[in-house]
Design a protein around this ligand. Structure first.
Ligand SMILES: [Zn+2]
Length: 452
């Protein structure tokens, strides 16, 4: 019996193409930067990387994207954010963290929290992320099912946080409900090529020992990461010691949460012994320098962690405490701060810094076999950066990306070979609708807070 189909099986799918780039920043083990090379993408995966002249011979049949005056590199990974907080960008600025959270952010969130707040806010943040070259986000927020839905629709890769708090919120009314909803979402995301989950207990001071023990067990059973704010401020550590007699990191260690599954965000307060413990246990540090600067939370000892062998990735945190999701800008801040803190201009060089938003961030999320570098077999999550007047001349492509204002030069973005932005035009999101949504929400939020 023969089977016929109207669909042609010989046509190249849209996810087969080549990109001819001036420089390819590979982020492979050797941090190689390849001048005048082409990246070959077949079925959304990288099948080869070779000089232009060889690509012209071997892959002449593939549609070519001309980026011969541009830099091609892996898509960026934002290792910590709260996407929907884009709706609160610029709200209650210049306020210390405790008052900022307790008097402004949490009351405002509880007044407006729901599926449409999360969907609209996340969509705005994804648009901003894509236009800054971000192809993967690690999110922590209420209604993670909505976050997953919006990410899926936009075509961005995401790890969505299964949020846990001790107290009830609009997302869940009890500890059990946080877990049951979280696990249901985890099950629903199984097999999704772009969306994975992580447990996201907010912080040691908002999630008590019992639920943290449950998370330690479940994360190991389900083999998923744990994403948590840890040691963000000195105040938080002091208060925890007063209440429990140990520092939060010691408590997490006792529970068994210090492991390669943990992504510990902020870490501005660390002793040398704690740095050694993080290195020994394989915890990933997520550095958010601009949020720490803006909220005057402190400075994470990045150079010391790197020297000790701790894997470090970078995140922007939410737009309310940053106030943007410009990950390359964040990286520049991280690099400059580390140099100043260390008193050494060679600290956190451009190549090492770039690893923190590509391959090392992928490692933190357990995705290093899939993304984070442009290598054979990996998913074609990549971006083209076309240097403008502020980026030329290009002596060192990596340094130019890290130390200049490169985000506005991101031209094209692909995830798994699917284009999400072409010539700075978003392809999966409607920009006009985003502006209208932001205006509608800001009016509502300002009215409620008596800002009008
Ligand atoms: Zn955060």
């Amino acid at each position: 019996m023969s089977v016929t189909s109207n669909a042609s099986s010989t046509e190249s799918p849209d996810t087969d193409f080549r990109i001819d780039a001036g420089w390819i920043i590979t982020m492979n083990a050797g941090n190689d930067v390849l001048p005048r090379h082409s990246l070959i993408v077949e079925n959304g995966r990288i099948s080869a990387c070779l000089p232009w002249r060889d690509a012209d011979v071997q892959f002449a049949h593939l549609p070519a994207q001309n980026a011969k005056d541009s830099i091609l590199m892996p898509g960026l990974i934002n290792a910590h954010t709260h996407l929907a907080m884009n709706l609160l960008r610029g709200f209650a600025d210049d306020t210390p963290l405790k008052q900022w959270l307790e008097n402004h952010i949490w009351p405002t969130e509880s007044a407006h929290m729901g599926t449409s707040f999360v969907a609209d806010g996340s969509e705005l943040a994804i648009a901003e992320s894509i236009s800054n070259g971000v192809t993967t986000v690690n999110d922590m927020y209420f209604f993670p099912d909505e976050v997953a839905k919006v990410c899926r629709k936009a075509g961005i890769r995401a790890t969505v946080g299964l949020l846990v708090f001790d107290f009830p919120t609009a997302w869940a009314g009890s500890t059990d409900e946080y877990f049951s909803k979280g696990i249901a979402l985890h099950d629903a995301c199984k097999g999704d090529p772009l969306i994975q989950t992580a447990f996201a207990p907010h912080a040691p001071y908002t999630v008590s020992q019992k639920p943290l023990e449950r998370i330690a067990t479940l994360s190991s059973e389900l083999d998923i990461p744990v994403h948590m704010h840890v040691h963000e401020t000195a105040f938080e550590v002091t208060e925890f010691v007063k209440a429990h007699g140990v520092r939060p990191i010691q408590r997490l260690h006792d529970i068994g949460l210090l492991s390669p599954s943990l992504l510990a965000v902020h870490l501005t307060q660390l002793t040398q012994d704690e740095i050694s413990t993080l290195a020994e246990t394989g915890v990933h540090a997520i550095h958010c320098p601009e949020s720490n600067l803006k909220l005057a939370s402190g400075q994470s000892p990045v150079a010391d962690m790197l020297k000790a062998g701790v894997n470090v990735a970078v995140g922007t945190d939410g737009a309310a405490s940053n106030n943007d999701l410009d990950l390359l800008g964040e990286l520049r801040t991280a690099a400059f701060l580390a140099k100043l803190a260390d008193g050494d201009a060679s600290t956190l060089n451009a190549g090492t810094a770039l690893r923190m938003v590509t391959i090392d961030a992928a490692r933190a999320l357990g995705l290093e076999h899939e993304i984070g570098s442009l290598e054979h077999g990996k998913s074609a999550d990549c971006i083209v950066i076309k240097p403008d007047l502020g980026m030329i001349p290009v002596y060192d492509a990596q340094a130019q990306v890290v130390y200049t204002n490169s985000s506005p030069c991101v031209q094209d973005v692909w995830v798994a070979g699917k284009p999400l932005m072409r010539n700075r035009k978003l392809l999966t999101l409607d920009a006009e609708r985003l502006y209208a949504n932001a205006a509608r929400w800001s009016e509502k939020i300002a009215e409620n807070a008596n800002l009008n």
